[in-house]
Design a protein around this ligand. Structure first.
Ligand SMILES: Cc1cc2nc3c(=O)[nH]c(=O)nc-3n(C[C@H](O)[C@H](O)[C@H](O)COP(=O)(O)OP(=O)(O)OC[C@H]3O[C@@H](n4cnc5c(N)ncnc54)[C@H](O)[C@@H]3O)c2cc1C
Length: 390
């Protein structure tokens, strides 16, 4: 009889885990607390480390029709608009890493994973919340809110940055706020004046803030996200009158001010992260494995949170496929998963934090950064350790 896994959460990590487990020939039951599967938010960049996995799952083809393949990354100074450095993407990434660099609407990625997991035979349910778990017995147990008990050989916990189930396994409290706030917007390209459109990924670096923009939806919309230092008010992801962002943009170059003004509706999102993982115990215990933001929430300054979730699921697939439940038991299998993943995820978490400090540099540090980018050229922006592995 096939072994089975329960998945907590139907975001990108949970759906990827469900798909991966089916690919390893495990039965899957996934529980999502929301009444329907959906993804809020706007765009995502997907490096070749992630698209390589999507291709293996048969998800890349359908997704690529809705995605955008930017020709380059261009890094600019937000104060004077100067180009500080560029990295060729497009055909160049494909050639170097064997897979494309894409920008996608996150709902398109989520829908592609949902479709693939459904077609692969995963049992996926909404409106069901896992309230508590037990992972140290003969079977993994999950209590659903309302009282029902479900059991399986293993449990994949993918309940996101505000994971309650992590607390039961790792016990290290909620993910702290970073003091940074993201303002996100999606603007139909047709609504923008020609000089504000563009086909590349642009990162504009300013004192205590930065802004990233790129096309999604086959170039029909521009995704814009501005990050500023400052606490968010109560709640999260609400449409806001983005006075703080406009104030932060006041001293920036004309093109950036015009872009910020051109956006009608911003959605605000306080950024939370955790200290980089310090060992495998934070990614697996007993019959449970943690994936995605539940395991390693990170600042989005390396554009790799979803990428790491996809890689997590890929590694899970490999270890589950090798697990027969007797010679190699489930706890050993999930330890292998954690041992394979934690150092890479920690490195990405650290690098994402470091990028934040560099991106937001002011004064002399800003000048030093700009000089380093100009002197270093493409190699400073290319990340073979990240894009070439996974
Ligand atoms: C501004 C911003 C920009 C970003 N840009 C990028 C980028 O360019 N590239 C990139 O790779 N990443 C990016 N990321 C990161 C990426 O969005 C996340 O890492 C990724 O979406 C995390 O997915 P997840 O499935 O782990 O978590 P979530 O998307 O939070 O999913 C968790 C799911 O679990 C459900 N759930 C919670 N508790 C329970 C429970 N007890 N029982 C059942 N269901 C439950 C929730 O309802 C939710 O659906 C960005 C993030 C931000 C904030």
């Amino acid at each position: 009889m096939a072994q089975d896994v329960l998945v907590a959460g139907g975001g990108i990590a949970g759906l990827a885990a469900a798909l991966a487990a089916r690919a390893a020939d495990w039965e899957v039951r996934l529980f999502e607390q929301a009444q329907e599967f959906s993804e809020v938010g706007a765009g995502l960049q997907l490096g070749p480390n992630a698209t390589r996995v999507l291709r293996d799952w048969g998800v890349l083809g359908p997704l690529q029709a809705l995605a955008w393949q930017p020709p380059r990354l261009s890094v600019r100074d937000a104060l004077d608009g100067r180009v500080l450095g560029t990295l060729a993407l497009g055909a160049s990434t494909q050639q170097r890493y064997g897979a494309p660099y894409l920008t996608v609407h996150r709902a398109d990625l989520h829908a592609a994973l949902l479709r693939a997991a459904t077609e692969a035979g995963a049992w996926l349910r909404t409106g069901l919340r896992i309230a508590s778990v037990r992972v140290d017995g003969e079977l993994a147990q999950a209590h659903l809110e309302g009282g029902a008990l479900v059991e399986a050989d293993a449990l994949a916990i993918a309940d996101g940055v505000w994971s309650r189930l992590r607390e039961q396994l790792v016990g290290d409290g909620p993910a702290p706020a970073t003091g940074h706030v993201a303002y996100r917007a999606l603007v139909p390209m047709a609504q923008l004046p020609a000089r504000l459109r563009g086909d590349e990924v642009q990162a504009w670096l300013g004192p205590h803030m930065h802004l990233v923009r790129y096309p999604v939806r086959a170039g029909e919309a521009l995704n814009v996200v501005g990050f500023i230092e400052g606490r968010a008010g109560a709640g999260w992801d609400h449409a806001v009158q983005s006075d703080a962002l406009r104030a932060a943009a006041a001293g920036l170059c004309g093109e950036l001010q015009a872009l910020v003004e051109a956006v009608e509706v911003w959605r605000m999102w306080p950024v939370h992260d955790r200290e980089p993982l310090s060992g495998p115990a934070q990614m697996a215990r007993g019959r449970a494995a943690l994936l995605g933001d539940a395991a390693h929430p990170m600042r989005p300054y390396l554009a790799q949170g979803a990428g790491m979730a996809i890689e997590d699921a890929w590694t899970l697939q490999k270890v589950l496929a090798a697990c027969d439940g007797r010679v190699i038991d489930v706890p050993t299998t999930l330890q292998r998963y954690a041992l394979n993943r934690w150092q890479r995820c920690a490195r990405v978490q650290r690098r994402a934090r470091r990028n934040g400090w560099i991106f937001h540099a002011d004064g002399l540090l800003r000048h030093a950064r700009n000089l380093a980018l100009a002197a270093g050229g493409e190699p400073v922006l290319d990340l073979p350790w990240l894009y070439g592995a996974g």
